[in-house]
Design a protein around this ligand. Structure first.
Ligand code: ADP
Ligand code: MG
Length: 300
């Protein structure tokens, strides 16, 4: 209702997305800062309108330390606006981090890359397997018991737009928050694949280019592209034209990472960037076999 927006004072616009504006807002009763995603549904079909309210519904069900938290949703028929209220991530998004390092001609420290890798994997574990493993805060104390995934009991969520612009940071301790579920798809407990896809070309997996049915592993491919970009400061697949880019992705070869990064990191990224989805690592394997161990060693 319109009562929600009355509680907020508009502050700066911090992002301009595909559908509308992202604005910082002040919650007057508490003095806390939030973010409001403002989407106009003036020129939208019913179906698009539904997809947008689904962003809120999906987020509301995905309670996780590493997924951006939502607080409210309102529809204002007067000016045909949909507003989503979310937590404000004051560290910006990962694309800004990459840009900062590129401009300073420096590489991102490997410990920070692991930190982002692991926390994004934890967020994706929540999406793909519908269950939380240990909260992030206790990772420092012990090796978490990773429950065997039991996909069939849960609603599976595929994010479908994993890219640097959609992974946010808190400035405090580099807490990572996966955001922008605007293209996310919640699958029924019985269908774990889907066909339509509208993600960003650089991060688009080969099975999508080949117009095959795809599943949660498409997020793993895109995550591999993001992790590569954090290391190399450029995406693994680049080209002048869309058609050339698609060819490169289908072939799946990419330049070596800068040599100072560890073989472990190289292996994890290459396990994500396997063109054949059935051979690609899944989030569970990535968490179990590699990142936790390294993450702990680096930070203990
Ligand atoms: P779109 O669907 O339009 O891409 P996003 O949710 O990705 O919308 O938001 C666009 C940009 O706004 C993001 O890339 C990010 O820089 C910024 N942004 C979005 N949500 C937040 C947030 N909760 N906290 C901080 N910045 C945000
Ligand atoms: Mg976005």
């Amino acid at each position: 209702s319109q009562e929600i927006s009355a509680q907020f004072q508009d502050l700066d616009i911090i992002g301009r997305g595909s559908f509308g504006l992202i604005r910082k807002v002040l919650h007057k009763p508490t003095g806390r800062i939030f973010v409001r995603k403002e989407i106009s549904y003036k020129s939208m079909s019913r179906k698009e309108e539904k997809q947008l309210s689904s962003e809120f519904e999906i987020l509301q069900n995905l309670n996780h330390t590493n997924i951006v938290e939502v607080y409210g949703f309102e529809k204002i028929p007067n000016n045909k606006m949909l507003n989503i209220y979310m937590e404000y991530c004051d560290g910006g998004d990962i694309s800004e981090l990459i840009k900062r390092y590129r401009e300073n001609k420096q590489y991102i420290p490997e410990t920070l890359i692991w930190q982002i890798f692991t926390q994004t994997l934890l967020a994706l574990y929540r999406c793909h397997y519908g269950t939380n493993i240990e909260p992030v805060t206790s990772m420092f104390k012990s090796t978490p018991e990773i429950k065997p995934p039991s996909i069939s009991d849960f609603q599976v969520v595929i994010h479908r737009d994993i890219k640097p612009e959609n992974i946010f940071l808190l400035s405090d301790k580099y807490t990572v928050k996966l955001g922008d579920f605007g293209l996310a798809k919640a699958l029924s407990p019985h269908t774990h694949f889907t066909q339509t896809y509208v993600g960003t070309p650089y991060y688009m997996p080969p099975e999508v280019i080949l117009e095959q049915a795809y599943n949660t592993l498409c997020d793993v491919w895109s995550l591999g592209c993001v992790m590569y970009e954090l290391c190399a400061l450029t995406p693994p697949f680049t080209a002048k034209t869309h058609a050339q880019l698609q060819e490169k992705i289908k072939i799946g070869t990419y330049p070596d990472l800068p040599s100072h990064y560890s073989n472990r990191l190289r292996m994890c990224i290459s396990a994500c960037l396997i063109t054949e989805p059935t051979e690609r690592a899944d989030v569970n394997q990535l968490l179990q076999e590699t990142s936790f161990k390294i993450y702990r060693r680096e930070w203990e």
